[in-house]
Every structure is written in C-alpha cells, then in structure tokens.
Design a binder for this molecule. Structure first.
Ligand code: PLP
Length: 388
C-alpha cells in the first residue's frame, strides 16, 4: 500500500517500487554502484560496524533497491540477490541443511537443483529424498525427526504438475522443517508463496524479471524467522551479484506486469489451440481445464506465465527432433522468460517418483512476445514434420 493509504494496482506499484528518486537528486532510477571498498569517516565509525554500507559484498543502494522491490512483491522480511537462479536455489539449501539432516525435494524439480542435492548436499552428509509432486498433506508420512527442509516447485519443471502448497507447507512446518519454493514460473505477480505457508521464495530473476535473455540473476526472499540465517550464509559465501545485472533486473521489473500479461494471453491461446491439433496427444498447462492440477492452480494462483509443454502423439526422439528442426521463429534453447519464443525436447530420465506416462515425446514451449498467428504457423510446420 502506498504511503498515503492508496491501494495501487500491480503495474503502478511495479513502476515505482524499490527506490525513492528523492534519495538521488530526483533521478528516476537508482545509481549503479560499482563497489568493493566503502570508506568510513573515522576509526570509531569503522569499529562500530554501524555504518549503513561497509563493503561491496554486503549490499549497495543498487542491490537494496531490487531487494526492497522483491520484498514488496513477495511480502518477505528480507531478500538476498545472488548471481544466478541456480545460486538462489543452492544458498538457502546450504543455509538450512547440515550433515545428518534429511531433505525432501519434489521429484519434478528443476534438474540442476537435483544435481546440487545429489552431489554436493549428499557429499556434505545430507540425506536426500524425492517425493511425488501430487503428495499434498500426505507429505506428513515422509517427514522424519531430522527433516529440516521441504523443497517445492510448482508447477513442476517441464511437466507442470501443481503442488498443493498450503497442505504441504502446513505438514512440513508441523514437522519442524523450513519450506522453500522455487517460484520462478509464477513470479510473485501470480503467486505469493509466503502467504501460503512457505518460508523462503526463490526466483531465477534471469527469466521474467530480467525478461530479455541477457541477464543471469537470482533472488531469495525469506520471512522474519528465516531471513537472518539466510543472510548470514549469503555473507559467508560471498555470493553477491554484479551491479549492472542487478540494475537491469530492477529495470525489467518496471515492465514485467505488461510483459507477463502478453506472455500469459499468447501462451493460453496457443495451448488451447494445440489441444485441438492433429499429432498432439496432450497439453500440459495448469490454466487449461483439462490439466489435472487445474483446480489447485485456480484456487491459489492469480495467473499463468508463458511456458508450458505438450506431448506429441506417439514417436520418440526422431519425431521430437523433426518438430524442433522445422521451426523458424522458435529458437532451440533452454532458458525462458525472455521476449523470444523457444522450444526444447524435455528430458525426464532423472525422475525417480513422478515418471509419468506420456504418449510420445514431451516438448516444452516458451511463448515470447511475437504475434500469435506467426507462432501458430511455425508450430504447424513442426507438427507436419513430426507427423510425416
Ligand atoms: C525453475 C527454475 N529455477 C531455477 C533456474 C535457474 O536459473 P539460472 O538459469 O538463472 O541459473 C531455472 C533455469 O532454467 C529454472 O527453470
């Protein structure tokens, strides 16, 4: 809410949040502070450690502006800004897990999160267990006395399973675990995890916040109970982000609402249209009524972003590659959230619990800001190539 009690809409808030132009001579945007050294006026101030800024790794007016904006969006007590979305996953896991602890991680998790858990966390003596994204309140049965973290991601990477976050968070907290959520898909515009019992909300700001396929950045926003430990780990690791990238993400936030509205509308149009196309067995988009997690999406989320998958009706790698190679507008690339459309043949071989049964290869589409009719024509070409 604004200082004068106004309840502004999201685009008004995105246009103004984070920094106060009055702090920097009226310039609308905050300065990009390139800093390692910060000077102190005298020895006593230096020894007191009370000066607002003390060293570049610990924060600058630029990082503060983005952290403040994320806190407003997420309803969090504090946000750390780190060099990538993957770092935003790893830093909180390192903060809250120690040797001998048990962590529950959703099986439909972003693959590099699994890699970090299966390699580094296991090497550090953490017991890792994957759970079914559809587990809901039944997660209580998987909780052990040493379960310290329950990691969620909803919808799931590539296959878009919806998790019942309020039920999972309640059971996890009851068992004494910290609940983390990779909220990259929804952005805080469409889902606010901390309002649903999650302690820590993670973003690959690389995606919609940055929005232009040229920046890597991560944010981690925590509630009051968890922020101190998170911030302490962030300082211990020195995982601070570069000021130019932080600035670009703050810049991206200004237009994120209008970009997301377009991504949402175009993706939904294409998802609905795809359901009726020959050669398509299934469309995996939570905002479609046909999606098994649609009721949860409708109950908890206020929108859908621009990435979803569909399943080809039969075939294997050859058909998937034929589809991809026939595309002209869609690029073949892994990231998403940028202005351009992308496609990728999804790898599901890492799953241990939520393997799913699909009629054919799963193709993930990131719908960019191009014209929908052009994108449909491109997909039609791909479907024709896959079917011939
Ligand atoms: C759900 C999710 N989380 C985290 C990340 C990691 O982001 P980054 O590429 O900035 O490391 C990605 C990247 O694709 C992602 O899809």
């Amino acid at each position: 809410m604004a200082r004068d009690g106004r309840k502004d809409g999201i685009n008004t808030r995105l246009a103004h949040m984070g920094n106060d132009p009055g702090d920097f001579f009226g310039f609308v945007n905050p300065p990009v502070v390139h800093a390692s050294t910060v000077l102190f006026p005298d020895a006593a101030t230096m020894a007191s450690r009370k000066q607002k800024y003390t060293y570049g790794t610990r924060g600058t007016p630029t990082t503060d502006a983005l952290a403040k904006a994320m806190d407003e969006l997420e309803g969090s007590a504090g946000t750390i800004v780190v060099p990538s979305g993957l770092a935003a996953v790893c830093v909180p896991l390192l903060a809250f897990l120690s040797a001998g602890d048990h962590a529950l991680i959703v099986d439909s998790v972003y693959h590099p999160t699994r890699r970090f858990a299966d390699t580094m966390l296991k090497r550090l003596g953490v017991e890792i267990e994957y759970y079914d994204p559809l587990v809901g309140a039944e997660i209580a049965r998987l909780m052990k006395p040493n379960t310290k973290v329950v990691f969620t991601e909803s919808p799931g990477s590539n296959t878009f399973e919806m998790q019942d976050i309020p039920d999972i968070a309640a059971a996890a907290r009851e068992g004494g675990a910290v609940v983390m959520m990779d909220n990259t898909w929804a952005t805080p515009l469409f889902f606010r995890p901390l309002d649903h019992g999650v302690d820590i909300s993670i973003h690959a700001a690389t995606k919609y916040p940055a929005g232009h396929s040229d920046i890597l950045l991560g944010t981690v926003s925590a509630n009051e109970a968890c922020f101190e430990k998170l911030y302490d780990t962030f300082l211990t690791l020195g995982t601070c982000a570069g000021p130019d990238d932080v600035y670009q993400v703050l810049r991206g936030l200004r237009t994120m609402g209008v970009r997301l509205a377009r991504h949402q509308e175009s993706a939904l149009q294409i998802a609905c249209w795809l359901e009726a196309q020959e050669g398509v067995a299934q469309v995996l988009h939570p905002a479609l009524e046909s999606h098994p997690g649609h009721a949860i999406w409708k109950r908890d989320f206020s929108g859908a972003s621009g990435i979803f998958s569909f399943v080809l009706n039969g075939g294997g790698e050859r058909e998937a590659h034929a589809f991809l190679d026939a595309l002209d507008i869609f690029g073949l690339g892994y990231s998403w959230g940028g202005f351009e459309s992308l496609a990728v043949h999804v790898f599901l071989g890492d799953r241990t619990v939520a393997r799913g049964v699909y009629a054919g290869p799963v193709i993930r589409l990131q719908i960019g800001l191009e014209d929908v009719e052009d994108l449909k024509r491109d997909i039609e070409k791909g479907l024709r190539a896959a079917g011939s």
